[in-house]
Every structure is written in C-alpha cells, then in structure tokens.
Design a protein around this ligand. Structure first.
Ligand code: DSN
Length: 425
C-alpha cells in the first residue's frame, strides 16, 4: 500500500504482532475473520446515512439501504428476533438508547452489582446510568457465587424499579430469565437482558434464550459473536406493544418505533455503515454450522481451563463455568489481580484484573482476574492446548511471586502460539 501514514501503520503492525505472538484471554475479545475486517475497513466509512433504510436524511443511500437491510434480516434470523436495530455504535450506546426509550431521568432501575460481575451501564454511580436514574442492585450469594434470585426478588418488591436489567461482564453461569420475568411482571417492570458476553452461545442454543422472556435485549457484536466492535438491540415475538408501553408523553406507540427513535435521533447521529456491513458479514458467519462447532469448543475450553485451575488449587467464583468465561479469586494464592495481570502480561498472556464478589480491594487493585476462551478458540486451541495454557498461567504467577525472569516462559508462549495463525478462515 502506498502513502501509508508511517507513524500510525508502524504502530498497527506492532499491535498486529502483539496479537499474533500472545495468548489472548480477555473474555470480551476475539479475532474477526478477514471478511469482517475487510467490510469494517471499507469505503462505506465515507457515507452519511442518518435515518433508517428507505427513510434517510441524505441522498445516495440506495446501496447503504441494501446493506443495512441485509444486516437486519440476518440478525433477525440468527436470534429468531422480530425486531432488531443494528445501528448502536456500542453496547453502552445500545443500553443508553433503551433507557432513553423506556425511562425518564429519576426513574428506578435494578441491575447486577458491578463489583459482583455486572456492567458499568447497569447503574454504576460512575456511569450515566447511575447518575440519571435511581439505582439498586442485586448480587451473588456468598456461599455459592451464583445470583441470589430470592434476594433479587425482595429488592425488586421493595424498590419497585421501572426496569430490571439482567446480564453481566464477569459472570460465568447461565441466567434464569424466566424467574426475572416473573419478578418483572409482579411489579410491572420492563425486563432488559444485556447479552453482550454470551450472545454467540445463545444464538447457537448453547445457553438459555432470553428472547422468550425479556422484553428487550441488547448486545455487543464483537465478543462471542466475533463481529466488529458495535452494538444491537432486539425484541422477541411479543414485540409490538404487548406490555402496554407508552412513550414518554403517554401516547401508545409501537415499542419498535420508540426504540428506533431512541437510537436515531435520540442518542446517535449517522450510523457507522462500514461497521453495519461488517456486522452483516459476522451474522452470516454465525449462522453457519462451523460457528456452532466453534461455540461448543469455546465452552469446552473454558470448562477445561476451570477444571485444570481448580486442580491446581485456584478458587473459581461459583466453582466453574457454563459459558466462555471464568473469574478467578486469587486471594488464596496471595497475589492481587493487578499483579497477576502484570505477571501474565510478562509472559505475553493477556487478561484483565477484575473485582471478585465481596472483594476487599479497590477496582484498581482487585483480588481477581477474568479469563475467557473465545479468542484462543478462534485460533484453534483445543483441550490439550488448554493444558499447556494452564501451565503457563500457573508458571507466570510462580515466577512473579519468586521474582524470577520471564524470558524463557514468554519464548515458550510465543512458540506455542506460532502454531495457531490468525486469519485462517
Ligand atoms: N468492558 C467490556 C468487557 O470487557 O466486558 C464490557 O464493556
């Protein structure tokens, strides 16, 4: 390629190398296909298309309309959803749009506690969601590390939130959406499921389907779904105003219309049509049989890694995993999450430090690390390779605690990852 900006492209090449030589264990990351990358890097980035297909505020949108319509149709098929919006720039934007559609500032919401595995946009005081709305939280039980459903119900009955949010950033178990729906019905609340993390597993039927029970679903497209960075909103079969939704002026309107207006013009301007094209490509990939095999292997790898770590004396919150991720409580290993993240980084293994439920350390230090298998599974690692990764994780922590060099370990990690190229599909 001619005329590249050398400063930027040298850095992109360095980052590409980092992604190739290391073990990527951040639960929310993945490697997209060449086709997704090509669409995301295409000339579609040049086009403004405020509005929706066939209802745009700009000329020249005929082809863009076809692309966005493809993305919509494919996402509908993938999740068996009746309503979808593919325009949110991110999961946070998708959630912001849903709140704008359903809530007034000052209304009450009930979400999963960030320090137990929830997400910033589910009511954290440092996020707009905790500043615009009155928040209360549910969490996990200290004994089991799994959601305390009865306590959640009691909080809901006491606080009577207008919206209940299920979904998490660091929770390795499946969700009882039916229980949440019953509680929402008891108090007349709207039920939102943010499935950003497990979306790919849900699409392939490997976890419970929230579209049967939750009024509205939001997701990102770049985690287990393995698409470009972005967000979506969906509704299941009940979508055309079955819950007596009214807009904020009290007029009865279709929820789909209210949600579309909340995305554009409510909270976003021009959609990122290059990203919407890349979403369309990823949704098609996720409809293929090989994506089911991929998701199965992601689960097997996560489960295998959890069992290996348990055998080595690590504490896993909730004792294991149903999905693609696990949360390790490092307190028994006498290392903080921050130090463990650093130690693994020295060995070219990337994770993020993470609070564990009932953590006594700050979010900058933490007592845990979160690990996920979507990215390494994309590269082709299976159970026998996970045995090696487990050894590398354990060795990193040993080397850090004993102040030893990481040179030989990081070389072993790089050699291992050479066998698993990216962009092979
Ligand atoms: N920060 C993302 C994650 O890693 O889970 C969610 O926003």
């Amino acid at each position: 390629m001619k005329n590249l900006d050398k400063d930027v492209f040298k850095l992109i090449q360095k980052e590409e190398k980092r992604q190739i030589v290391g073990v990527e264990l951040i639960a929310s990351e993945n490697y997209v296909s060449d086709s997704v990358l090509s669409a995301a890097g295409s000339i579609l980035t040049n086009k403004y298309a405020e509005g929706y297909p066939n209802k745009r505020y700009y000329g020249g949108c005929e082809i863009i309309d076809e692309i966005e319509t493809l993305a919509i149709q494919r996402l509908q098929l993938l999740f068996n959803a009746e309503y979808v919006n593919v325009q949110p720039h991110s999961g946070s934007q998708a959630n912001a749009s849903v709140y704008l559609a359903c809530l007034n500032p000052g209304d009450k919401i009930l979400g999963f506690d960030l320090s137990h595995g929830g997400h910033l946009t589910h009511g954290s005081p440092v996020n707009f969601s905790g500043q615009l709305y009155q928040t209360s939280f549910y969490g996990v039980s200290k004994d089991t590390g799994t959601i305390d459903y009865n306590a959640m119900r009691l909080t809901a009955l006491k606080e009577k939130p207008k919206m209940i949010i299920c979904g998490a950033s660091a929770y390795s178990r499946d969700w009882d959406y039916e229980f949440f729906r019953n509680v929402a019905d008891e108090i007349g609340a709207t039920l939102l499921a943010d499935i950003s993390h497990p979306a790919g597993l849900i699409a392939k039927g490997l976890l419970k389907d929230p579209l049967h029970f939750c009024h509205i679903i939001t997701s990102t497209t770049h985690k287990t779904l393995r698409g470009p960075r972005g967000g979506v909103i969906m509704m299941g079969k009940d979508y055309e105003n079955p819950f007596g939704y009214k807009n904020k002026k009290g007029d009865k309107k279709m929820m789909s219309t209210i949600l579309n207006s909340a995305v554009f013009p409510g909270s976003q301007g021009g959609p990122l049509e290059h990203i919407i094209a890349a979403k369309a490509v990823a949704f098609r990939e996720a409809m293929q049989d090989h994506f089911f095999e991929y998701m199965m292997q992601v689960k097997k790898n996560a489960n295998h890694l959890a069992n290996n770590l348990l055998d080595l004396g690590y504490d896993i919150v909730s004792g294991g995993t149903d999905n693609h991720s696990l949360l390790i409580d490092l307190r028994s290993k006498e290392i903080t999450g921050k130090d463990a993240e650093f130690a693994l980084g020295q060995a070219h293994i990337t994770v993020n430090k993470n609070m564990v439920p009932f953590d006594d350390k700050s979010p900058f230090i933490t007592s845990g690390i979160r690990i996920g298998t979507p990215a390494i599974t994309t590269r082709g690692l299976i159970e026998e390779d996970i045995d090696l990764i487990t050894k590398y994780i354990d060795e990193s922590i040993f080397l850090f605690r004993n102040k030893k060099s990481f040179n030989s370990l990081s070389k072993k990690v790089n050699e291992t990852m050479k066998k698993f190229p990216i962009f092979k599909y």
